[in-house]
Design a protein. Structure first.
Length: 100
């Protein structure tokens, strides 16, 4: 089984036109994905591969295809209906404004 096949997805946010997903390898954060659904029926997304995830540049085609297959029904990556920006980055914590 490839590392892409072993990813377990967790949806962390969903709106009418976007969603945010987090992929885990075991119990570790591996990939963060922000998807935006556009009025013309296409989609665009930012895929952030976290350092230490085990995902390499040569895994990107399979990763993007999996995101397309799992979360973008009716939109086809191969037909140009999806555009991704891919970033390799170190992980960071989530920060929120302190509530009074």
């Amino acid at each position: 089984m490839s590392i892409i096949d072993s990813l377990r997805w967790k949806r962390t946010l969903r709106t009418a036109s976007s969603e945010r997903l987090l992929a885990l390898v075991g119990d570790r954060d591996a990939v963060a994905v922000d998807l935006h659904f556009l009025p013309d029926g296409s989609a665009t997304g930012t895929v952030t591969v976290l350092d230490g995830s085990g995902i390499k540049a040569e895994d990107l085609a399979a990763l993007l295809a999996r995101i397309d297959d799992d979360f973008l029904p009716g939109i086809d990556l191969d037909d140009g209906g999806v555009t991704f920006t891919v970033v390799f980055a170190r992980g960071a914590e989530s920060f929120e404004r302190a509530r009074d």
